[in-house]
Design a protein around this ligand. Sequence first.
Ligand code: ADP
Ligand code: ZN
Length: 627
Amino acid sequence: MPVLPSSTPERELSEILRDVFGYTEFRGHQQAIIENVTAGADALVLMPTGGGKSLCYQIPAIARQRAGRGVTVVVSPLIALMHDQVGALHEAGVDAAFLNSTLDWEETQDVERRMLRGEITLLYAAPERVTTPRFLSQLDGLHERGKLSLFAIDEAHCVSQWGHDFRPEYRALTVLHERYAGVPRIALTATADALTRADIVERLQLEEARQFVSSFDRPNIRYTIVEKKDPTTQLLRFIEREHEGDAGVVYCQSRKRVEDTAQTLRDAGIEALPYHAGLDAAVRQKHQDRFLRDEGIVMVATIAFGMGIDKPDVRFVAHLDMPKNIEGYYQETGRAGRDGAPADAWMTYGLQDVVNQRRMIDESPAGEEFKQVMRGKLDALLSLAEASDCRRVRLLNYFGEHSTVCGNCDNCLNPPQVWDGTDAARKLLSTIYRVQQHSGISFGAGHIMDILRGKATEKVTQFGHSKLSTFGLGSEFSEAQLRGVMRQLIATGALSVDAQAFNTLQLTDGSRAVLKGETPVLLRESVSSPADRKKSRRDKPARGAPSPAAATLDTAGQARFAALKAWRGEVAREHNLPAYVIFHDATLAAIAERAPATLEDLQGLSGIGSKKLEAYGADVLRVCAAF
Ligand code: ADP
Ligand code: ZN
């Protein structure tokens, strides 16, 4: 066996980056990670979505295969995406394959035979397959012949119950370490709060692995959180104003909300598709394929959608309902703007979200300790939503990173008015107290606000609540203001909602400090109406507008770009792959700008490796020559 990999020169790794993938520079920690793993050491990689994790195991896999080390096994939970992932490697000229239930018997046999000969460079399989006796005995054979090169464990946070995608099958992956002690492992994830990270290390026995933690900042994503009024209409305005014709993802909590929202968007002429676990697997796959392959589709989905989706030009991720915690929020919003061009993370948030999330925790069958952790995580997200200072500073702080104000979130761009709600909060709590004393039962938010604002509704009269000393005491506050106060009181635990008793409000231990005026309550002035907000950041023409990648091209360049896109669409359809797997928009824009006349002109453009140059160079020149 050739001596290597510990002596693989840096030059060879850079050469693979350039020749196979068509990129000139490593990003962030990529180089250190790749050198480390190529040399046969374990690694744990924490990098935000879009940071470039795939190359961290693909390049070592290629280098080690060239050195005669054999097959890299990529453990990935995403059966539905393996076809595209492997297709992308084929496009780059890398020998890759997958094993999953979509293959028939003969195809499976063929892949297994090639794997056993040690020919395949990257083999993708789901954890439940990797840990079967059959697969393990095949790995034994490979290992005996020195052809088991590396394990890459993608989406490693799935091993942790603290993560948001817990998959028990991941726990069984410890067998890889136990059975093939000398084979290096690289685990990768975009989720990285300290708790999940520690859990990955422990569960996957990666104590010896070197950890590579990247900055989690995604500077091109603009974070916006608005108060929820009529979320579907707010969403529609947001899309019309900022993202006409763009691809995006809209997250909703329930299947019904997914269906309704998708319908509303379609009625408004937006190409929207639903995706949730209640749909047929075939329908889900079809919608996912359309999202990946067509342009400008809006996917309306539950959190069942999105893991591993590497579509680079998703221009916005919207949340109509609040997720469970910041990890989930960050993971989901991170699916926007992988290509580095401007993108939006936009969420509507209201009292009901707070109530729902708290209730889901309270009613879950989990143990008290677990619930406590979940409550803490929810609180962190609530305080992000209530914040009137830079969202990004808070987000990054949650992941243990210190940063300065970003200038690219709603609060930085339009600093919200802050008002002192302490007085309103005290009046609210004292009304709740008096009502409870007077009637012996608790009431919901609407009724309490009516009393405080002095509205003699039927219910107020019926219960004699107009005689309470706080009746009409808060007539100067608007309902929106009081809702904001209540939301924050609930968010901070100074008030609780009893889900078992018609969402009635209850005082808590935390109420006392607010009642006594010891805890100030500061609130952001509601910024719910999109019309109030600053004008759209880009004066964007309607549908068919150039992608951000092509924004700087002159007229002839735009024409070349459009022609290249049309050509790319045909190739992608022929190969049954998403268009961006052939070339990214950014690559097409670079080609259009250069107006190449010869193959040499194409060399060195980002995203054109030697295989793609050979396969598509002549076609690209022909398309460009027409202008
Ligand atoms: P992740 O898995 O971390 O979300 P990917 O591996 O999908 O990210 O990479 C995100 C995008 O960045 C991909 O389109 C990839 O081709 C591109 N990319 C990765 N590394 C580099 C690099 N060194 N130079 C240029 N582009 C890169
Ligand atoms: Zn900011």
